[in-house]
Write a protein that binds this ligand. Structure first.
Ligand SMILES: *[C@@H]1O[C@H](CO)[C@@H](O)[C@H](O)[C@H]1NC(C)=O
Ligand SMILES: *[C@@H]1O[C@H](CO)[C@@H](O)[C@H](O)[C@H]1NC(C)=O
Length: 242
């Protein structure tokens, strides 16, 4: 898949959340691989449909699904991952929405990836299962500046490094936590990998994500670095429902 590094500013977060409540979640980002296309009624298309059907069925109960359908040039590989705290019904809604939306956004692409707040969905004709995705990344930030960036950045690294260590050794490849910033302020964080990665690769992926913070989010009150195999997030408010 093509290399992509993007940064967005979340100016209208409240408005976006308001729209989300009315119209359902919109994707955070997507990438069409643009490297190979299939045609209508191609064997690849029916394999892809079957794969997406399997992922829709398999993912919600556990929060992760992976699979492959077909042989040779028609083989397709896919994964779906819900954020670690997302309930089964919301996971199901998200993966279903993702399947429909990615089909609309990248109609004939053999490979594509789409991210939502609650889930990610990825497929390709190349076998990417168990490998770190170094190509598909994007970042989001909260434009508000912190008053003391040096200490804040250091605390952010400290929290996220700790969560990277935790996430890589847990079965759900997911960790959240917070540390105190001052008397009445906390810093909240999240780290998550797709389950097909080994513990070492999960840790490596999360460290790569943390390494991208200076170029996206240094000194900002919140940030996310999101990839095809892992993602991190920090905010000065609790951003998870649970
Ligand atoms: C696949 O289709 C897209 C959209 O029609 C096009 O932009 C892209 O160049 C095509 N890729 C190849 C390899 O033909
Ligand atoms: C944050 O700091 C940068 C650089 O000093 C400045 O350009 C920007 O306007 C500030 N953003 C806000 C929201 O105050």
């Amino acid at each position: 898949m093509s290399s992509s590094h993007f940064t967005f500013s979340i100016y209208f977060l409240t408005f976006a959340l308001f729209l989300q409540t009315i119209f359902g979640a919109s994707p955070l980002f997507h990438i069409c691989s643009n490297s190979e296309n299939f045609t209508t009624n191609d064997q690849y298309e029916s394999n892809l449909r079957k794969l997406l059907g399997n992922l829709n069925y398999q993912t919600p109960p556990l929060g992760f699904g992976l699979g492959s359908v077909g042989w040779y040039q028609y083989q397709t590989y896919g994964i779906a991952l819900c954020r670690g705290d997302v309930a089964t019904t919301d996971c199901k809604t998200c993966v279903n929405e993702a399947s429909n939306e990615i089909h609309r956004l990248c109609p004939y692409d053999k490979g594509a990836i789409i991210w939502y707040d609650n889930c990610l969905l990825k497929y390709s004709n190349k076998n990417f299962l168990g490998k770190i995705d170094n190509e598909n990344w994007f970042s989001l930030l909260n434009v508000q500046n912190v008053s003391d960036p040096t200490i804040f950045n250091q605390k952010t690294r400290e929290l996220l490094n700790q969560l990277a260590t935790e996430a890589s050794v847990t079965t759900k490849k997911y960790a959240t936590g917070h540390i105190e910033l001052g008397e009445s302020t906390n810093l909240y964080g999240l780290a998550q990998c797709t389950w097909d990665l080994s513990s070492d690769d999960c840790f490596q992926c999360l460290e790569d994500a943390i390494g991208q913070l200076p170029s996206c989010c240094d000194g900002k009150e919140g940030g996310r670095v999101v990839g095809g195999s892992c993602n991190i997030r920090y905010e000065i408010y609790p951003f998870l429902s649970s």
